[in-house]
Design a protein around this ligand. Structure first.
Ligand code: ATP
Ligand code: MG
Length: 408
């Protein structure tokens, strides 16, 4: 039934020169998303709109699911094409379109029926647009005439020009396009319009959500995972790859850097007070992540931290961790409660993977009583204990960098 999709996008902030870049990036992301589906499509821009035209049979659910993961799309309208064979034929097509799109209109018992609570009727409005100016009727005439045809065919409908239940768009082009439904898109900005950032991705619930949120603003995501074999297993690493895949479903291919952190961790364990272990370890993670970020043209780091969630995420701990970075560190979850984070994790389908029980590298080395108010001067003094070997160990860790290009 549907031959194309009209892609709606928010236009705020994309005026002038930026608009072109925004649209180019959006088209690119749409093409990328559709490549994963069975059908053949052409994506085109005309008169400030983006259309996805099917060139083959396709699975409607699969295609809309894919488009719903493209940041920058605010709505997806499935479009029916009908041939222009005179106005009478158009009237018949519109009546059939309404019958097929809203089969419950005549069934007063149906819960799926769209009904205006005030009137008890299904209300509608026709919005015609003549992209082809030689059509014999103008937009106003089309609206009126088609309105009459619909009322004749569906006595249970009423016109409401202000707040209709069904807003039927009729676009006169080489063919005639009919659409009225809008499937909500994810919003945000197309990935690629906002530069690139390095996500510190662990196996937990938070960091994939943090990456998703920054990607939603148009930022391309690379990721780094610190693993500590044999204390963390291959399965724990695979879990992180799987989580990167969840992010990649929205953000496009994620370059995941896997760094062997074991020797650094053991060295800190050996030389520093155990209640400061997590903070010092986190400082080294940030330093290494920033180093890789610089080498790969990232403009910032991303973590899944949220104030007060654990000892290493108190304001004092965050300040101590942050102190080693000169790049901006984006913490989009900073003010979120766990439940709010879980809601997003469920929405983006990362939750089930995140709660798999494989240990991450922090759980092995956690102190019984980690500091919650680390004193930066003391931390720095204890880091001096690492002076002898740490530079070499960091160099060695960086040499273990295994890059996995993760695609959904
Ligand atoms: P998450 O659910 O994201 O794992 P968390 O609540 O377990 O977070 P922490 O373990 O304190 O919190 O980690 C805080 C942040 O540090 C994580 O959100 C992540 O960005 C980063 N991080 C922690 N461990 C690792 C790791 N092994 N590799 C990469 N980044 C990590
Ligand atoms: Mg964690």
């Amino acid at each position: 039934m549907y031959k194309s999709f009209l892609i709606k996008y928010a236009e705020i902030g994309v005026k002038g020169k930026n608009r072109y870049l925004f649209e180019e990036a959006l088209v690119k992301q749409i093409k990328y998303a559709l490549k994963k589906t069975e059908g053949e499509f052409v994506v085109r821009r005309t008169d400030g709109r983006i259309y996805v035209d099917a060139q083959s049979e396709f699975d409607f659910d699969e295609v809309t699911e894919s488009l719903r993961k493209v940041f920058g799309i605010s709505g997806i309208c499935p479009v029916v094409h009908v041939e222009d064979e005179g106005f009478e034929k158009l009237g018949q097509d519109v009546v059939r379109y309404i019958g097929e799109t809203y089969p419950d209109i005549r069934d007063s018992q149906s819960e799926a029926r769209v009904v205006n609570p005030q009137s008890g009727f299904t209300t509608f409005k026709v919005a015609a647009r003549r992209a082809r100016k030689n059509y014999p009727l103008n937009s106003m005439q089309i609206n009126e005439e088609l309105g009459g045809v619909i009322l004749d065919a569906y006595p249970e409908m009423r016109v409401d020009v202000h707040n209709p239940d069904i807003l039927l768009h009729v676009e006169i082009r080489d063919k005639i396009y009919l659409y009225s439904e809008i499937i909500p898109g994810p919003g945000g900005m197309p990935v690629g319009t906002g530069g690139k950032a390095m996500l510190l991705l662990s196996g937990g619930i938070d960091s994939p959500v943090a990456g998703w949120m920054i990607a939603k603003r148009g930022v391309k995501i690379d990721a780094v995972y610190f693993h500590a074999p044999p204390y963390t297993s291959e399965r724990a690493k695979q879990k992180v790859v799987d989580l990167a895949k969840k992010v990649a479903a929205y953000a496009g291919p994620v370059w995941l850097h896997v760094i062997n952190f074991t020797d650094i961790q053991l060295y800190i364990y050996d030389k520093c007070p155990h209640d400061e272990l997590t903070i010092i370890m986190r400082r080294y993670m940030m330093r290494i992540a920033e180093h890789i970020a610089r080498e790969t043209d990232c403009l910032g780091l991303i973590t899944g931290e949220s104030i007060g969630q654990v000892a290493s995420q108190t304001m004092a701990s965050l300040a101590a961790t942050n102190e080693v970075c000169t790049m901006p560190v984006y913490r989009p979850l900073i003010g979120f409660d766990k439940m709010e984070i879980v809601d997003i994790a469920e929405k983006i389908d990362s939750y089930e993977t995140s709660i798999l029980p494989y240990e991450d590298c922090c759980t092995i080395f956690v102190a019984k009583h980690p500091v919650t108010k680390p004193n930066l001067n003391i931390i720095k003094r204890h880091e001096q204990n690492l002076q002898e070997g740490i530079v070499e160990l960091v160099k060695k860790a960086l040499a273990t960098d295994e890059v996995i290009v993760v695609q959904s």
